[in-house]
Structure formats: structure tokens, C-alpha cells
Design a protein around this ligand. Structure first.
Ligand SMILES: [Zn+2]
Length: 624
């Protein structure tokens, strides 16, 4: 259409509208439900799309951000649309008693107030009160303007609504298509592996310290299923996580490299320079899949999904959907209104059963390849909200749940005051995870898959409850932060239970898994297998084991934690666990004899030579 024809046409429309508007005002009538809902929905969608635009700008500008749900592009407008219609229509329905132009003016005024407020606050550039003044100004002007043009407003809203809905649908389609593409590209083109070779399941129980478990320390919590597994499999007594927090630890478990060789950081994903275990097993003819409960540091955007032919991170539950609304996020953070209804968890948290169920759904798809599945369970991560307390079997009261949630972000003094309570809640989540693993094993047994599946159960890092004055993880390298459980069960392959004392690193997990599968010779994944050798001909050589953490851009947020002083490392070698902080301060402990790290060996002159040897071993291990 030519420009002049277009303007002539729009003039005609305007003349027509003006005439309608005059008629509209002359014969006041009720605002229709369809108009009310349409206008409110329109503003909801525009708010969501505005928030999306600002988020895209933030990501494009390269500023620091956490790893996100790629579905935010359409979940945000959907969440805002549901909230606007769900709250807006009932709240504004009394306005229908007013003459229609006035009602429409007020509806548009109120909707635009919320929309402007939402978009401006979500940009993160201005204070909420400045945004409110701005939004009030916009609402006032727009409301007045609309009162004089009710028909034009209603018609324009209805005409452009399909365009907005279409945009949201296209965004959803793009994200789903992109993820399906990524998965398809990772799906192996290699010939299927022999169906008789074992399957592999790598279970990472996020944030589980070894010494909270009775199988590692007498006064630890009893986990009947894992203990039964241990009676027929391998238990590694001294498994050390390569890092005290999720992303580098997983990246190391996947690539066979220490975190200092990888791209991962607090805000940097794993890049695609080094091959991963999933890629190698895919090339060997395995079907590969990942199911993660930790949506903070394991979603697709962290790069951990590489090599998995199917990867499930965020769910689509109501918590995950509404978490995308700027109103819900801010309201939850400031007032926590869901707590009034007894909900104390993080919005969108993925509980253990949905991780297992995702895997079982995938397992039951057609196909006969052996599989490698990675399952990350997030239930032992703070806030700890077990359904029941393990020691007396009672449910947490509403107050206790609220306390546990608050403590996830509390200051040191309050954490210290409630350390025992925190630990009790934490250990109760372990009992529930144990029950979930039993269900997983039962489901595998039902499908006749358990016997020929290598089940590796471990954790990406531990947790502290005030030891050395530190809480939680990611902020130190004390033993509770990095000493993790490690069990390997393979009913048809490992005939004899064994407890292995020597220190091992989760970095060597890929090499070990490939060794179990007799695939070591085919691959370029680095590392040294810690599969026990039978017979005297090949004794297991103990190796130095490292763990490391770099505060990076988060240094100032760690305040008094050890890592605030700069990058630090720890080394377990020759039975000594040596920790070196960013300022050069060192502490060393006897790993077997002093699990509580009470006696600092750096203060004992007789140990000077052995400590020197540990330093030397750490240096050579880190430069290998
Ligand atoms: Zn973790």
C-alpha cells in the first residue's frame, strides 16, 4: 500500500472513530467484560514484553548475571498476562457501573500504572519510588486521553491483541525449537553400543557433605538405602570435590579437568573447548540425558548440558512461571506473602521426585541404546525444608519453616544461634533423598535395568554449619566443604564390597567411568581412573588431590569468609589436608585422624618437611 493511501485510510478510520466516540459519550453504557479483559490482558502482555526487552538489553551489555531460564522470553509475558487479568479484572469490575468512557479511562489508567511500574522497576535502573511517580504521571495522562477516545482505544486494543499474543507464541516457538535443535545436535549419530554393555547413572546429591552420613562418621545420619548399596559396592572414604560450589565442580566432573583449566566462574559458563563425558559416551553409542534440580548453577545456560541428547532443567510449574513476573519477585523478596499461606520454599524449586520422574519418562521412550544419565538432586541445598524431621518424624511447624528459609540469607550471628536447628533440617533432607534414591533403584529394578547399571552416587560439594566460623559453601575449602560421599554400585560387575581409603578427586570421575566401561583407550578425556585394581600386579598409586575456589567478581560479597582474601587451594596428599588461603595463610590437618580439623599441623615443627612435600605435590599436580 502506498504512503498516501495509508494516510487517507487512517484518516477515514480516525473520522469514523471520532464520530463513534461522540455517539459513545452521548449514550453512556456499561463497559463490556470483553473490553475490560482485553484491555487488561493487553497491558499484561506489554508489561511482560517490556521486561523481556530490558533483560535482553542487560544480557547483551555483558553485565554480570546469573544463569537464566531460556524460556523467560515467553514465560514473562504469560506470567504478567495471567496476573493482570487474574487480579485486574475482578478488582476493576466495579468500575463497570460508571459511564463507559470514564470506566475505560480508569481501567487504562490503572493498567498503565502497573505496566509502567513493572517495566521501569524491571530495568533495574531506577528506585521503585521514582518508578512509581513516573508510572502515576503516565497513568494520569493516559487515563485522561483515553476518556476522550474510548472507542478508538477499545478498537485499537482488540486489533493489536492478536499481534501481541502472536509475538509471545513466536518467542515460545523459538526457544523450544532452539532447545530441540541443541538436543538433536547432541544426540549421537554413532552406531548404537552393544546393548549388553552397562548403563551409567551419575547421581549428584547437591550439597551433601560426607561426614553427615553414618557410613562416613559414626554419629552421622543413617541412610538405609545408600548403606545397603555400600554393602555390595565401592565406598570411597576420601573423595574430594574439585571446588566447593556447583558449577566448577560439575564442570570438572564432566571434563576431567580442574576448575583452573576451565572457563567456569560465578557468572561464566563452561565453554566448549574441552570434550565432556556425555560427548564421549555419545560417540561410543550411548543415549545421553541430564535432569537437574539445581536451576541456579546447572541450567542449560551454564554450558553443562553439552553432550546430552536430552536435558531437563527448569520445570513449568506455577512457581517457575510466576517467578518471571517482576511484581511477584519483588513482592516475595520484600513481604514474602506466600509465607502467609504456609509456602516457605524458593519459587520454582524443583523437588527430587520431579527429577526422578523426568528421567523415568525419558527412560521409557522408545529406543534400545545403553544410556548415560546425569541426575542432580537439589533438596539438600538451603533453604532446608524437609517434609519431616529425621530424629522424631514430626513435621516442621510453620514457624520453623519460616526460620529455615530466613536463615538461608541470614547474618553470621543468627546462623550461629541456630546452627543445630539448621543441621537437623539439613540432615533430614538427606533421609528424604535416600528414600528417593530407593524409589529410583526400584523403578530400575522393575525395568530389569538395575543389575547392569553402574550407579555412581556423589555430591558436588559439602556444607558447613559454623565449623571454623563458616556457614554454607562456596566460601572456604575446609573439609566439610569438599569432602563428599562417593559410592559406586554395579550389581553385575562389582562382586565384592570395598571401602577405599586413598584420596580421590571427582575430577577423575570421567576417567573412572570410562575405565569401568573399558572405553579408556578410545578417548581424549584426561584423568586417572580410581577403579580399584584386583591383583598385586597393578597397585593403586595414591595421587595428590586438589580443590580450589576463586572469589572472582563476588569477592566483596563474601565479607568475612576465607575466600574473601582471594583465590585459594587445598591439597590432600600423604594423609595431610593442606589449605592455603589467598593471603598465604595455611592450615593443615591429618585427614584420617582429625576429621574435625582441630589440630593445625602447620604449628607442629615436626611436620614441616611433610608439609613441604604436600606443597610440592600440589604444585606439580596443578601444573600437570
Ligand atoms: Zn552444588
Amino acid at each position: 500500500m502506498s504512503g498516501s493511501a495509508l494516510s487517507a485510510n487512517s484518516e477515514k478510520v480516525n473520522m469514523h472513530s471520532d464520530e463513534n466516540d461522540r455517539r459513545y459519550k452521548a449514550t453512556p453504557h456499561r463497559l463490556g467484560w470483553a473490553t475490560l479483559a482485553g484491555v487488561v490482558l493487553w497491558f499484561g502482555l506489554v508489561t511482560g514484553l517490556g521486561e523481556v526487552a530490558f533483560r535482553l538489553l542487560t544480557y547483551a551489555s555483558g553485565s554480570e548475571h546469573l544463569f537464566y531460564n531460556e524460556h523467560f522470553m515467553w514465560l514473562t509475558p504469560v506470567a504478567e498476562a495471567i496476573l493482570f487479568v487474574g487480579f485486574g479484572v475482578p478488582l476493576m469490575s466495579p468500575l463497570r457501573r460508571l459511564p463507559s468512557p470514564t470506566a475505560l479511562g480508569l481501567v487504562v489508567g490503572a493498567s498503565s500504572l502497573a505496566a509502567t511500574l513493572g517495566i521501569v522497576v524491571s530495568s533495574g535502573y531506577v528506585y521503585a519510588w521514582v518508578a512509581l511517580i513516573l508510572a502515576a504521571g503516565v497513568a494520569w495522562r493516559l487515563g485522561h486521553w483515553v476518556r476522550r477516545r474510548p472507542t478508538w482505544t477499545a478498537t485499537s486494543c482488540h486489533r493489536t491483541l492478536p499481534f501481541l499474543l502472536g509475538t509471545v507464541a513466536v518467542l515460545a516457538g523459538l526457544v523450544f525449537a532452539r532447545q530441540a535443535d541443541q538436543d538433536a545436535a547432541a544426540r549421537t549419530q554413532a552406531a548404537a553400543a552393544d546393548p549388553r554393555v552397562p548403563n551409567v547413572i551419575l547421581v549428584v546429591l547437591d550439597t551433601v557433605r560426607a561426614d553427615s552420613l553414618r557410613m562416613y562418621r559414626e554419629d552421622g545420619v543413617g541412610l538405609p538405602f545408600l548403606e545397603r548399596l555400600a554393602t555390595r559396592g565401592l565406598v570411597y572414604e576420601s573423595a574430594i570435590a574439585p571446588a566447593p560450589w556447583t558449577l566448577p565442580s560439575h564442570a570438572s566432573m564432566f571434563t576431567g579437568r580442574y576448575p583452573n583449566e576451565l572457563s567456569t566462574g560465578w557468572f561464566q559458563p563452561l565453554d566448549d573447548r574441552q570434550p565432556t563425558l556425555a560427548e564421549v559416551l555419545g560417540q561410543a553409542g550411548y543415549a545421553t540425558s541430564g535432569f537437574v534440580g539445581n536451576t541456579l548453577y546447572c541450567p542449560r545456560t551454564t554450558g553443562l548440558r553439552r553432550g546430552f541428547g536430552h536435558y531437563e532443567d527448569f520445570g513449568f510449574g506455577w512457581g517457575e512461571v510466576f517467578r518471571h513476573s517482576v511484581f511477584v519477585r519483588n513482592l516475595q523478596r520484600k513481604l514474602d506473602p506466600l509465607a502467609w499461606f504456609g509456602f516457605h520454599d524458593e519459587l520454582g524449586r524443583k523437588p527430587a521426585p520431579s527429577v526422578t520422574n523426568g528421567f523415568l519418562r525419558w527412560l521409557d521412550r522408545p529406543g534400545s541404546r545403553p544410556f548415560f544419565a546425569f541426575l542432580n538432586y537439589f533438596d539438600a541445598h538451603s533453604p532446608y525444608l524437609p517434609a519431616r524431621l529425621a530424629n522424631d518424624g514430626r513435621r516442621l511447624t510453620d514457624r520453623e519453616q519460616a526460620l529455615s528459609k530466613r536463615l538461608a540469607e541470614a547474618e553470621h550471628a543468627e546462623l550461629q544461634q541456630h546452627a543445630d536447628f539448621l543441621r537437623q533440617c539439613y540432615e533430614s533432607t538427606l533421609v528424604e533423598l535416600d528414600a528417593e534414591l530407593r524409589r529410583l533403584a526400584d523403578e530400575l529394578a522393575q525395568r530389569q535395568l538395575l543389575d547392569n547399571t553402574i550407579l555412581v552416587v556423589t555430591s558436588d560439594h559439602g556444607e558447613l554449619f559454623g565449623e571454623h566460623g563458616v556457614f554454607y559453601h562456596g566460601n572456604s575449602l575446609y573439609r566439610p566443604a569438599v569432602h563428599v560421599p562417593l559410592l559406586v554400585s554395579w550389581p553385575s560387575g562389582i562382586r565384592q564390597a570395598q571401602r577405599i581409603q586413598a584420596g580421590v578427586s571427582l575430577k577423575d570421575l570421567p576417567a573412572t567411568i570410562l575405565d569401568f566401561l573399558d572405553l579408556s583407550s578410545q578417548t581424549a578425556l584426561p584423568g586417572t581412573s580410581f577403579r580399584p585394581r584386583s591383583g598385586p600386579s597393578s597397585p593403586q598409586q595414591p595421587r595428590p588431590v586438589l580443590s580450589m575456589v576463586d572469589p572472582g567478581p563476588k569477592a566483596d560479597r563474601f565479607s568475612r569468609a576465607p575466600v574473601a582474601k582471594g583465590p585459594m587451594w587445598a591439597c590432600l596428599d600423604d594423609g595431610i589436608f593442606l589449605i592455603r588461603e589467598g593471603d598465604g595463610t595455611e592450615r593443615a590437618f591429618d585427614f584420617a585422624a582429625d576429621p574435625r580439623e582441630a589440630a593445625d599441623l602447620t604449628l607442629v615443627p615436626e611436620y614441616a618437611e611433610r608439609l613441604n612435600a604436600v606443597r610440592e605435590a600440589a604444585r606439580s599436580e596443578s601444573s600437570r
